[in-house]
Design a binder for this molecule. Structure first.
Ligand code: C5P
Length: 218
């Protein structure tokens, strides 16, 4: 794989609905970085499983990943709670993670020339996908705050779901993502912890911007 030199690489890990995606998007825009929400890849595969249960095997997944475009990940069908839950189930499969590994590596290390670097968020980015990132963050918030944010997001999308259902599914997803054997969610020693429970989007952005600016100007 070709690797671009002298690019800025930012790696973010976080539990579900902690605000990492919103933050990563704002950071990427500000520093002109190529942004990838890696959870969307697992959601994309989970959606394939729901839509084509009979065809769902490694060969089928491989062919879909080969032709996967960034714009495919913007499909609003991927945002439902059902797809999120299925994503946390299929993401435990080792062979499946291997299939999406190179897609993520290429994205992180070889972003198009017009970008100054890359920013990826997920569960295993800081220690598995981009272990040599220039900056690493672990973004979290308490579970009730996360559930409320996700609930409001789903309501905006006109999805039929209650707050209690969202809370339950986020708790289940936390349990599964933190305790699985392969690539579990964890905060690495060299990741900076950002707790967004009591911070609005702007405050989160400014906090991270300060850290990145300090690193860049050093
Ligand atoms: O980030 P999001 O909530 O959309 O991710 C959906 C699921 O995909 C997560 O609950 C997790 O199980 C899985 N995932 C993963 N590794 C990543 C990103 C997401 O296993 N890097």
């Amino acid at each position: 794989m070709t690797k671009r030199k002298n690019i800025l690489k930012i790696a973010i890990d976080s539990p579900a609905a902690a605000g990492a995606g919103t933050l990563a998007k704002a950071i990427s825009k500000h520093y002109n970085l190529f942004y990838l929400d890696t959870g969307k890849i697992y959601r994309f595969i989970a959606y394939l499983k729901i839509k084509y249960p009979k065809k769902f095997n490694n060969k089928f997944i491989k062919s879909k990943i080969k032709t996967l475009k960034i714009k495919d990940l913007a499909d609003s069908n991927l945002l439902s709670d059902e797809v999120g839950t299925e994503a946390s189930i299929i993401s435990k499969i080792k062979t499946l993670r291997k299939l999406v590994h190179s897609f993520q590596l290429n994205f992180a290390y070889n972003p198009p020339r017009k970008y100054n670097g890359s920013c990826l968020d997920g569960r295993d980015i800081t220690y598995n996908i981009v272990p040599d990132a220039d900056l690493k963050f672990y973004i979290t918030a308490n579970v009730k705050t996360r559930a409320l944010r996700r609930y409001r997001e789903l309501k905006r999308l006109k999805k039929k779901i209650s707050y209690m259902e969202v809370l339950k599914s986020i708790k289940n997803r936390d349990k599964s993502d933190l305790n699985r054997k392969i690539s579990p969610l964890k905060k690495t020693k060299d990741s900076l912890l950002i707790n967004t429970t009591n911070l609005n989007k702007r405050a989160c952005f400014l906090k991270i911007k300060k850290i990145i600016d300090r690193k860049i100007n050093n």
